[in-house]
Design a protein around this ligand. Structure first.
Ligand SMILES: *Cc1c(COP(=O)(O)O)cnc(C)c1O
Length: 398
C-alpha cells in the first residue's frame, strides 16, 4: 500500500514549484503563484480519476470523515452507524461533531453487515458509514437500499481502498459522500491529507466552506468573504497537495502493481484446505492494498500470525489481538476516556460497548489475517513470499 515507497523525482518537482514561489497556502496570493495551484489541480485530478463531480481536499482522512458528516448536517443527538472493525478515525470523527457512534457487526466482507445495520436503526439514526477495509468493500447495493428505505445519509470511508471498484464505480464514489486519506502509509500519500468526494453540489459547497472557517470563497479578498455558517480549519497546505498531485498521476500504476501482487499471493494460499478468502461482493474489484483470509479458528490464526512474524513475513496483522482496528481492545472508547465532557447520550452509548454482543464480528476477526501488500517489492520477492506464506499456513494447519 504505502505510496511513500515510490517517492521520487516527480514528487520533488511538484514540491519545488511550491517552494520556488513560496505560497504554501492553497487559497489566495494569486500574483505570487506563477500559476501553481497544487490543491486545486489535485482536486481536479481526483474528480477525474474517481469519476465524481466534486472533490474537496482537507488536512487528513479523519478530517474528511468529520467534514463529510458535518456537510450532511450530522451533529448533536444524531446517531451514526459504523462497523466494529475499522480505524479509530471513524468514531473520532463522529465524536468530534458531538454525534453518537453506534457500532454494529461486520460480515465476511469485513465491513457492515446490512442486516446488523437495519437492526440498529432508531429514530435518531442520521447516517450509515461503511468502511471499505483493507482494499475491498461491503455489500453496497444492500447498504444503499437500507439507507434509502430509512432516509439516511450514506457515507463511504474509502481511505484504505483507493483504486478498487464496485460494478465499475470507483470505491469512494458510490455513497452520497466518500472519504479518502492521503496520510503517509496510504496507497497514495500527501504526507498528511484527505479528501471528501461527492456528486451532491450542496454537500460539496458545505465541505468547501466548513473546512476553511466557513469562508464562502467568493471574490479575491479573504477579508471581505462572508461566512454563511460556522466552520473550522481543516485545510491542506500546498506542499502536501503538491506531493499528492505527483502521486495521483501514478495511482494507476500503483494500483495495478498491488493487484498483480495480490493475485500472486491469492493463487498460492487460496487453495489450501482450511483457508477461505474474504468475501468480495459480486461486481467488486479489489484495490490490492491488502490480502485478507480466514483460518479455521482463533488458535490457528494466532499460530499462523506467530509463525509469519518469526519467519520474516512482516506486515501481517491479526486484528483480534491488535489494539488498532477492532472494538475488542478499544478500552479508551469503552471507558469514555475523553479530555472534555461528552454529551450524556454519547457517554451512555459508549458505556454499552463493553457488554454488547459482538460475537458475529469476533467470528470473523478472530480468524482473519490481513497482510499488507507493498509497492516496493519486486515480482520475484512476491513469488518467494507467497510460497513461504503457503508453506507456513500448510504446516500450521497440518
Ligand atoms: C487512514 C484511515 C483514516 C484516517 O486517515 P488519517 O489521514 O490518518 O486521518 C480513516 N479511515 C480509515 C479506514 C483509514 O485507514
Amino acid at each position: 500500500m504505502p505510496g511513500f515507497e515510490m517517492f521520487g523525482d516527480a514528487e520533488r518537482k511538484e514540491v519545488n514549484d511550491v517552494l520556488d514561489n513560496g505560497v504554501l497556502m492553497r487559497y489566495g496570493f494569486d500574483p505570487m503563484r506563477n500559476g501553481h495551484w497544487k490543491a486545486k489541480s489535485l482536486e481536479k485530478e481526483l474528480s477525474r480519476v474517481l469519476k465524481v463531480e466534486h472533490a474537496q481536499l482537507v488536512s487528513s482522512g479523519t478530517a474528511a470523515v468529520s467534514v463529510a458528516l458535518a456537510s450532511a448536517g450530522v451533529g448533536y443527538g444524531d446517531e451514526v452507524i459504523m462497523p466494529t472493525f475499522t480505524f479509530v478515525a471513524s468514531f473520532e470523527a463522529i465524536l468530534m461533531l458531538g454525534a453518537t457512534p453506534v457500532l454494529v457487526d461486520i460480515d465476511d466482507t469485513l465491513t457492515l453487515d446490512p442486516k446488523a445495520v437495519e437492526n440498529a436503526i432508531t429514530e435518531r439514526t442520521k447516517a450509515v458509514m461503511v468502511v471499505q477495509m483493507c482494499g475491498s468493500m461491503g455489500h453496497m447495493d444492500a447498504l444503499r437500499s437500507v439507507c434509502e428505505q430509512h432516509d439516511l445519509v450514506f457515507v463511504e470511508d474509502a481511505c484504505q481502498a483507493i483504486g478498487g471498484s464496485y460494478k465499475g464505480k470507483p470505491l469512494g464514489s458510490i455513497a452520497d459522500l466518500g472519504c479518502f486519506s492521503f496520510d503517509f502509509v496510504k496507497t497514495m500519500t500527501c504526507g498528511e491529507g484527505g479528501a471528501v468526494v461527492t456528486n451532491n453540489q450542496d454537500y460539496y459547497i458545505k465541505s468547501d466552506h466548513y473546512s476553511d472557517h466557513g469562508h464562502d470563497h467568493v471574490g479575491d479578498n479573504r477579508g471581505l468573504e462572508t461566512h454563511p455558517f460556522l466552520g473550522y480549519n481543516f485545510r491542506i497546505s500546498e506542499l502536501h497537495a503538491a506531493v499528492g498531485l505527483a502521486q495521483v498521476r501514478r495511482l494507476k500504476e500503483f494500483v495495478a502493481r498491488q493487484q498483480s501482487y495480490h493475485q500472486i499471493i491469492e493463487e498460492a494460499i487460496s487453495g489450501i484446505p482450511g483457508v477461505t478468502m474474504r468475501k468480495v461482493p459480486e461486481g467488486g474489484e479489489l484495490s490490492g492494498a491488502f490480502i485478507n483470509f480466514f483460518l479455521p479458528d482463533l488458535e490457528s490464526a494466532r499460530a499462523v500470525a506467530k509463525a509469519f512474524s518469526e519467519q520474516g513475513i512482516d506486515a501481517c496483522f491479526h486484528y483480534f489481538d491488535n489494539n488498532w482496528h477492532y472494538v475488542r481492545k478499544w478500552d479508551h472508547l469503552k471507558q469514555s476516556l475523553s479530555l472534555n465532557r461528552l454529551a450524556p447520550e454519547v457517554q451512555k452509548a459508549l458505556s454499552t460497548l463493553a457488554t454488547n454482543d459482538y460475537s458475529q464480528s469476533d467470528h470473523f476477526i478472530a480468524r482473519n489475517l490481513s497482510c499488507l501488500i507493498k509497492l516496493s517489492w519486486t515480482e520475484a520477492e512476491v513469488q518467494a513470499r507467497a510460497a513461504k506464506m503457503a508453506s507456513i499456513v500448510q504446516a500450521v494447519l497440518r
